[in-house]
Design a protein around this ligand. Structure first.
Ligand SMILES: [Zn+2]
Ligand SMILES: [Zn+2]
Length: 328
């Protein structure tokens, strides 16, 4: 199974930015998570800038030559959640796989370390105040995974570890009226779960139907499906392949900076996850200064028609990359 993320598109959908160049850090400054993630492993800023492309809205460009296999930058998720099928085997906070003997079990969920438990203490405390049976059953029965991410974000906002507008920079999906109807049901169950708790009204004032729909619309096309490749990092760096064998998804996550990368069916960059939800963006080939960095949102091994269809259905754009134009 390829590791390529079934991601989202953002900038293909609208071209609302007017200026020619974006300074990366002001653009991201509201997201302390991302800013911290960038500076964490780089003493100097990463070799990229966000700017307008000719045809695809925003994009990410190299500010210096980057060699094949180089780690371009890392990114911590703004929001992540384990898959329901993995909830008993991965860390509730960082999605790392946890052998039971090593883990900190706490009120029914697993943590890989005291650090992770501490990190999600505040929002997990909020989550534990409410009864989630109706909401969880509704989503589980319909096979919905993204509402669990909105629930987590709501808990993070209530506990003060995230802001209600933290995903606003991301492009939202176009929604049909059927999708909105379904979201309204989920919202009612979410809101109901919180309103029966002792949480003060002012702390859940942000939790409107409009907020719920706007967050979910962004998660829909910006969420990465996380497949860990644990232990293969050195192999991956020395390899030119854009996909590797990986196990089933451990969860989903939304990032800010990685969501600004445009798509190409023959990408020059790739996102991998080694042992948790921290994303690592690496170069798949030598990249020139000024060149746009692109990742592949889908399984690049599919044929042209299948890729076009999936990109249009999932992300709302027609791919005009050189591979598609050549009919490959
Ligand atoms: Zn963890
Ligand atoms: Zn293409």
């Amino acid at each position: 199974m390829p590791i390529l993320p079934f991601l989202r598109s953002s900038s293909h959908l609208t071209k609302q930015n007017r200026s020619n160049t974006f300074n990366l850090f002001p653009l991201l400054s509201f997201s302390t998570t991302t800013a911290a993630a960038i500076s964490e492993q780089h003493h100097s800023p990463p070799p990229i800038r966000v700017a307008l492309t000719h045809s695809s809205g925003r994009g990410v460009f190299a500010t210096r030559p980057i060699a094949t296999g180089d780690l371009i930058h890392t990114a911590k998720p703004a929001l992540c959640h384990p898959s329901l099928s993995a909830i008993n085997s991965v860390c509730y906070s960082c999605l790392k796989k946890v052998p039971n003997s090593n883990s900190f079990q706490f009120q029914g969920v697993l943590f890989c370390s005291q650090d992770c438990k501490r990190r999600c203490n505040e929002y997990y405390d909020v989550e534990m105040k409410a009864n989630w049976t109706a909401f969880d059953d509704y989503c589980r029965n319909r096979g919905l995974k993204y509402p669990f991410m909105v629930k987590r974000l709501a808990c993070m906002v209530i506990s003060g570890v995230s802001k209600s507008d933290s995903l606003d920079i991301l492009q939202p999906a176009n929604l049909t009226s059927d999708m909105i109807l379904e979201m309204e049901e989920e919202f009612a169950l979410l809101r109901n779960a919180f309103s029966k708790t002792s949480i003060a009204d002012e702390h859940i004032a942000f939790l409107t139907k409009q907020w719920y729909i706007s967050v979910l619309a962004r998660i829909r096309i910006n969420a990465f499906r996380i497949e860990l490749v644990g232990g293969l990092y050195e192999d991956l760096l020395s390899s030119l392949v854009a996909s590797v064998e990986a196990e089933a998804a451990v969860g989903n996550a939304v990032y800010i900076l990685p969501s600004l990368y445009n798509h190409d069916c023959d990408p020059n960059a790739h996102i991998i996850w080694i042992d948790n939800a921290d994303a690592k963006i690496k170069a798949l080939c030598d990249i020139d200064e000024g060149e746009e960095l692109r990742i592949c949102y889908i399984d690049a091994s599919m044929d042209r028609d299948a890729r076009q269809e999936l990109l249009f259905q999932g992300f709302g754009f027609q791919c005009n990359c050189s591979r598609c134009l050549q009919g490959d």
